[in-house]
Design a protein around this ligand. Structure first.
Ligand SMILES: [Zn+2]
Length: 320
């Protein structure tokens, strides 16, 4: 059965959230299988090796897309050769960055929060020969479940030797009970998960503000809107660089052609749209190699300008 994020499950009283999953899910009619255990792609950025790790995927109900007419959603999906009447399939990706002796993970996948179609990141890491204990730091774009669920295993830290780096505003937002009180019931467990994750890593959690050098060729780029402290990360080595933008642009089939469209999970959709355009403009101007958690796997590409909007240009698989 396919877990699907639905507006009804999120805001309604009809469907209860799955007991096994923190995100609001419902059973859909389509049959799917869990993703294979080890799906990765490795690309060099200068001397730095970046491996995209497929954690899995989820299906986003079209009704969870905001600020876009349903007819344009259907058209966008059709233009992308997707089923225009079905939920939008979105991969969940984590990034392993090898530089020198350090092993950095950007985002940790969903863990158990999305059900059986995601949560493979730890197994995927094992498939490329990396034990959880070998990760020296975990850098998170934001504290949504599909980015931090994998940081916990049975309530304990998955990455026992890792420091955790998170934007200070992001940490403060998810730790404030008044913010939890303001969201629909189905999203309240997201605050619990964020709290559990931060508690599990305790004093190994380090915060940064805005645009910040995190060391080792990695720097944070503030991208607020999707969440208050949502951050992207620039990977630099010599003249080479890539920008990993988290969820700044999350729906490739819709948000390049309609950059003002958002997702109902955006804390501030208008701010998210401003940020999205700023990041996409930067990617165009600098002809920057970019990637994002939910971009079509293996996730690397460039951005082209198209009038007042944009186009995603997937990078051809690097064979050498
Ligand atoms: Zn998110």
């Amino acid at each position: 059965m396919t877990p699907t994020l639905s507006r009804r499950a999120l805001f309604g009283t009809v469907a209860a959230a799955s007991a096994a999953a923190l995100l609001p899910l419902r059973a859909a009619t389509a049959q799917t299988a869990p993703v294979p255990r080890t799906v990765t792609y490795t690309r060099k950025i200068g001397d730095v090796e970046v491996t995209t790790l497929l954690d899995g995927y989820f299906l986003l109900e079209q009704t969870l897309v905001t600020a876009l007419d349903p007819a344009l959603i259907a058209q966008g999906l059709a233009d992308a050769a997707l089923d225009s009447s079905a939920a939008v399939p979105l991969p969940v990706t984590g990034y392993l960055i090898r530089q020198g002796d350090g092993l950095t993970l950007i985002d940790a996948g969903a863990g158990g929060s999305l059900g059986p179609t995601a949560g493979n990141l730890a197994a995927t890491l094992a498939g490329v020969g990396v034990a959880p204990d070998a990760i020296t730091r975990l850098v998170v774009s934001h504290l949504h479940p599909d980015h931090i669920g994998g940081a916990l295993t049975g309530g304990a830290a998955t990455f026992a030797n890792a420091t955790v780096h998170v934007n200070a505003t992001e940490r403060t937002f998810w730790a404030d009970p008044s913010n939890a009180a303001a969201v629909p019931d189905a999203m309240k467990p997201w605050f619990d998960l964020a709290g559990q994750m931060l508690a599990a890593y305790g004093d190994r959690v380090q915060t940064f503000d805005g645009d910040a050098d995190l060391g080792g060729g990695l720097s944070a780029v503030a991208m607020p809107g999707h969440t208050p402290g949502h951050s992207g990360f620039r990977v630099s080595s010599g003249a080479a660089q890539a920008l990993i933008w988290g969820d700044s642009t999350a729906i490739a089939s819709l948000q390049f052609t309609h950059p003002d469209a958002g997702i109902v999970f955006d804390t501030d959709g208008a701010q998210g749209a401003v940020t999205r355009r700023r990041v996409l403009d930067m990617a165009v101007a600098d002809k920057m190699l970019v990637s994002g958690t939910h971009m079509p796997f293996p996730g690397f590409g460039h951005v082209d300008q198209r009038g007042d909007a944009y186009a995603w240009v997937p990078e051809e698989w690097k064979l050498f």
